[in-house]
Design a protein around this ligand. Structure first.
Ligand SMILES: *Cc1c(COP(=O)(O)O)cnc(C)c1O
Length: 571
């Protein structure tokens, strides 16, 4: 067809003209022509992809790479399957059913709802009464020690002092240090005290943040900026133990840092250092270890990570969000410990949550840096805004001075002796619970502790029973423990409220394991016809993780979780 063939010919002609002219005018010597440029660009492209392929093979090995490709293919294929017309509608229906059950529990329909401002403001009395009713809503009894983690201190005397501190500084905002000099002083002192706890060298610096997640986000941002400014890294990557808190993956998403996850295999469940080393390349901006991690309460081998970081001249972040005010006291309290803080020369930043075992009210955490320069990489400074020269240390602009005051009050009132004694109580309880699970005739044949937990969290899996049925059994007895995946397990984060009732926890666990064993026996007697879990409906945890664990593509879980988040804002 002449109409279609004419275009390319004329285009080709134009290109040739351009080429001839550019040769004649710009490159009289003919050293550089378009062909050469094209070849160079192609070569660079090839180099880039070859380099990536080599890094991948070096990092994961041939089998590991193939396994990743296989998982990706399965994920994509299963994703297509889920989107097939008949399947999609059915899946959606099941998700909606599950969500309406959650809604029935989470958003009681019998309560009076306030969806617009009251015309006339309520009297103080009315507000007070409603607040009391809200606090008394039916809930898992953290006050009686039924909740893993979540509430770390909870004694009335400290709560009262925190509330007073909060009340004195309700209007305060550290963004205006001249208006609220007291808050500035307290904030600087909180950071100084935490730096001291973690044996920071002279010249070290830190900031306070709204929580562990923000501390981790800031540490990742700082490492990314450092690599960009000092080494020109534009495609940053970081290497995480797969047990590291998911806030690091959030940082990866927010700040466009590629995340490499490294397995933490049995029997010690610490990150595999050799695999970390293999994943390091010239785009690496940060190594990470936890002391301890959230899922299993295991401390990674921070000494080995520190050596590796020094050798490769890379920053190393140690996540002590959970370890917070326990890990610095382990040694003094006479417990087994391992090095984790700035005394290891390779450690460049540490996150520590004052709102966990520091017992400050929620909304308090710190991130510490070995040098002031590292800290300044997380600063935001805008010299040319029409609103004036603007500078803020981190994510937030205005911040609640009241929370800083309450944090400072907590640290000052508990003091070293207080934290040492809570460490003795909390870690001591964890040891007792560990020993009980390992030796009790009812529990030891069935439950297996993951690794060697040194701090306040212990995780266990079941050898033959379904661990999620055990989790649901514990929920039925009023306990709120944490279900884990990969491997399926449960964890308990011991707090002061739990330390008082750990024996009841152990007894209930024994009872639940017995019940589950009995159900298993009945199933066996009834024959193989009754499939596992077929006799009675699975509980919530078993239903969620039983399905989720086996899916090659998690989009159903994502949809469920998204619906859950939406429900949080259902008035
Ligand atoms: C709790 C926790 C965090 C994150 O803390 P948030 O305050 O919930 O944002 C980070 N790392 C570990 C190990 C934690 O346990």
């Amino acid at each position: 067809m002449p109409g279609t063939s004419r275009m390319p010919i004329s285009l080709r002609g134009t290109l040739n003209n351009v080429r001839r002219r550019s040769r004649a005018i710009n490159n009289p010597l003919g050293l550089l022509d378009l062909d050469l440029i094209r070849n160079i660009i192609f070569f660079l492209f090839l180099l880039r992809w070859t380099r990536r392929a080599i890094w991948k093979l070096k990092g994961r090995g041939l089998l590991g790479t193939l396994a990743e490709v296989y998982a990706d293919v399965r994920r994509v294929l299963y994703g297509w399957f889920l989107r097939m017309p008949g399947v999609r509608a059915k899946v959606r229906r099941q998700i909606d059913e599950a969500l309406s059950k959650v809604q029935a529990k989470m958003v009681p329909s019998n309560a009076t709802r306030y969806l617009t401002l009251p015309k006339e403001g309520w009297t103080e009395e009315a507000v007070r009464k409603e607040l009391k009713d809200l606090a008394d809503m039916d809930h898992t009894r953290w006050e009686d020690g039924y909740v893993s983690g979540a509430v770390y201190h909870g004694e009335d005397d400290l709560l009262k002092l925190q509330t007073e501190a909060y009340g004195k500084f309700t209007v305060a905002n550290p963004i205006h240090p001249d208006v609220f000099p007291g808050v500035r002083k307290m904030e600087a002192e909180v950071v100084a005290m935490v730096l001291n706890l973690f044996n920071a060298p002279p010249g070290a610096a830190g900031v306070s943040t709204s929580g562990g997640t923000e501390s981790i986000l800031m540490a990742c941002l700082s490492a990314r900026q450092k690599a960009y400014v000092e080494r020109g890294v534009t495609e940053p990557e970081m290497i995480l133990p797969d047990t590291a808190h998911t806030a690091f993956r959030k940082a990866g998403e927010y700040f466009k840092i590629k995340v490499h996850l490294v397995a933490c295999p049995a029997p010690d469940y610490q990150v595999d250092i050799r695999r970390v080393a293999r994943l390091i390349n010239s785009n690496t901006i940060l190594l990470v270890g936890s002391a301890p991690n959230f899922p299993h309460g295991i401390m990674d081998d921070i000494s080995a990570l520190s050596k590796l970081a020094l050798k490769k001249r890379l920053p190393l972040h140690v996540d002590c969000c959970l370890g917070s005010f326990l890990v610095p006291f382990l040694e003094k309290a006479g417990f087994e410990t391992a090095p984790f803080d700035f005394r290891l020369k390779g450690v460049t930043s540490i996150s520590c949550d004052t709102h966990k075992y520091g017992f400050a009210p929620k909304g308090n955490s710190t991130v510490l840096y070995r040098t002031q320069a590292l800290r300044s990489y997380q600063y935001f400074i805008d010299p040319s805004w029409s609103g004036g020269v603007y500078a803020s240390p981190g994510l937030a602009g205005s911040r609640p001075g009241a929370l800083i005051a309450a944090c400072w009050a907590s640290l000052m009132s508990v003091g070293e002796v207080g934290y040492l004694s809570s460490c003795t109580q909390i870690v001591g309880t964890t040891k007792k619970l560990l020993a009980h699970i390992r030796t009790s005739p009812a529990l030891s044949p069935e439950l297996e502790i993951l690794g060697n937990p040194l701090v306040s969290v212990l995780a266990f899996r079941a050898k033959t029973l379904n661990i999620y049925d055990i989790a649901d059994g514990m929920s039925a007895k009023g306990w709120h423990l944490n279900a884990l995946q990969y491997p399926p397990a449960i964890h308990v984060a011991v707090t002061l409220p739990i330390a008082k009732v750990w024996e009841r926890l152990a007894a209930d666990l024994e009872a639940v394991v017995e019940e589950e064993k009995e159900k298993e026996r009945v199933r066996l007697v009834e024959g193989k016809g009754a499939a596992k879990g077929g006799a009675e409906a699975a509980g919530d945890t078993a239903a969620l993780y039983g399905v989720a664990g086996s899916l090659p593509n998690k989009s159903v879980v994502v949809d469920l979780a998204m619906g859950f988040l939406d429900l949080m804002y259902k008035a």
